[in-house]
Design a protein around this ligand. Structure first.
Ligand SMILES: NC(=O)c1ccc[n+]([C@@H]2O[C@H](COP(=O)([O-])OP(=O)(O)OC[C@H]3O[C@@H](n4cnc5c(N)ncnc54)[C@H](O)[C@@H]3O)[C@@H](O)[C@H]2O)c1
Ligand SMILES: O=C(O)C(=O)C[C@]1(C(=O)O)C=C[C@@H](O)C=C1
Length: 355
């Protein structure tokens, strides 16, 4: 049983992340108040049910959800304004904001514990927020050595109340980690997308899923990402130099040494195998159910509807569609212990479904 979060919680910054936090907390009936430099963002967040735009009289926790350059000063202000409250933040970088808090907040700094949900979107603002954003995702909690243990516990409970799984690590270790698993991927997506500029229309017309998979995050707000990348310059610089070495190897391979290309490609395959699955409870074993899908409009939606009614959660989906055949084969991946339920439910609704 998840320990309960002591409210009320004040969320400062009602953009994508702050509004999502408010929505996720309201789902668990935690009392939430909202604040933002832009009143219109508070109003949108409030209208979406993320909390109240009124000024609270007392708060147990403040969540700072503003752009990274503003996090340190906003944490310091919150520690001063709410002397009883635990203060946490959602910033993508941790060492920089902590240094500001340590330099300016004195003994109050013990009530600050950094946090970083590893979930987000290329979109910004309260309209893009979702109450499910954090479900099953990792959430880094990054206490400094002199943080108050009660404050650390409350920062952890915020994450679990929002549906995430806590990974606790030091601020500097966090920044090294996200350089590899978040900031580098963002830069690589940007570099790939940037090469589309000026591409002839006939080239762009061939854009497929591979390009979309690789470039989605490149659409993120450049002003926000300038602050994230700039705030993690030394860790990111180190890993970019390693990428530069790989690019040099590839270039040499293309000119004269094809085996070198294979070595880089194989390291990539191995890298993808290292990405863990969903966070949270141990992953249940999964199995595939094969469903025959008539080649008619609306059939896939009908399949989703019928699977949804059976109460079985679809974990993954692949569609094998040969245009020459009137029926496609859909591979529906579900938890192994739900396979029979799904096959029976789909059979009752007229589908051909089997293991
Ligand atoms: N976007 C992501 O995918 C993502 C994921 C994890 C963490 N984060 C972190 O979350 C934080 C917020 O990012 P976001 O994507 O929600 O940005 P956003 O632009 O959607 O929202 C930021 C909000 O903060 C407000 N704001 C700016 N300065 C303020 C201040 N001094 N006081 C009060 N309000 C202020 C803005 O008006 C805006 O509503 C950032 O620190 C970012 O690094 C972002
Ligand atoms: O999924 C996305 O759109 C994200 O960009 C999320 C993502 C990430 O790299 O995983 C981006 C930056 C954040 O600091 C945390 C999460």
């Amino acid at each position: 049983m998840n320990p309960s979060l002591a409210g009320p919680v004040l969320v400062v910054g009602c953009g994508l992340m702050g509004t999502s936090t408010g929505l996720a907390l309201r789902r668990r009936e935690v009392e939430v108040y909202l604040d933002d430099l832009r009143r219109s963002h508070v109003e949108v967040a409030e209208s979406r049910g993320a909390g109240s735009g009124e000024k609270p009289t007392s708060v147990a926790m403040v969540v700072i959800a503003v752009p990274p350059d503003h996090v340190g000063p906003a944490v310091v202000d919150a520690l001063r304004e709410w002397p009883e409250a635990v203060v946490t933040d959602l910033s993508s970088i941790k060492a920089g904001p902590l240094a500001v808090v340590r330099a300016q907040a004195g003994a109050d700094a013990a009530r600050y514990v950094g946090g970083h949900p590893m979930a987000g979107s290329e979109r910004s603002g309260p309209v893009a927020a979702s109450e499910q954003l954090f479900d099953g995702r990792a959430w880094a909690v990054t206490p400094s050595p002199d943080a108050d243990p009660t404050a650390v516990e409350q920062a952890r409970v915020l994450a679990t109340t929002c549906g995430a799984t806590v990974i606790e690590l030091s601020p500097d270790e966090h920044d090294a980690a996200v350089a590899r698993v978040s900031h580098l991927p963002h830069v690589m997506a940007v570099l790939a997308a940037a090469q589309l500029n000026g591409g002839p229309e006939t080239h762009l017309a061939l854009s497929g899923q591979g390009l979309r998979d690789v470039t989605r995050i490149a659409g993120g707000d450049p002003r926000l990402w300038r602050q994230i990348l700039g705030g993690n310059a030394s860790h990111l610089g180190r890993i970019l130099r390693s990428v530069r070495a790989d690019i040099d190897t590839l270039l040499t391979g293309l000119e004269s040494s094809p085996d070198e290309i294979v070595k880089v490609l194989e390291r990539g395959v191995h890298g993808t195998d290292l990405i863990p699955g969903k966070h949270g409870a141990e992953l249940p074993a999964e199995s595939t159910v094969y469903v025959h899908l008539p080649d008619r409009p609306g059939e896939l939606a009908r399949l989703f509807g019928d699977a949804g009614e059976s109460g079985v959660n679809i974990e993954d989906l692949r569609i094998d569609h040969d245009p020459a055949r009137p029926v496609g084969l859909v591979e529906v991946v579900v938890a192994s212990d739900r396979v029979d339920t799904l096959i029976d439910a789909l059979g009752e609704r007229g589908w051909r479904a089997h293991r």
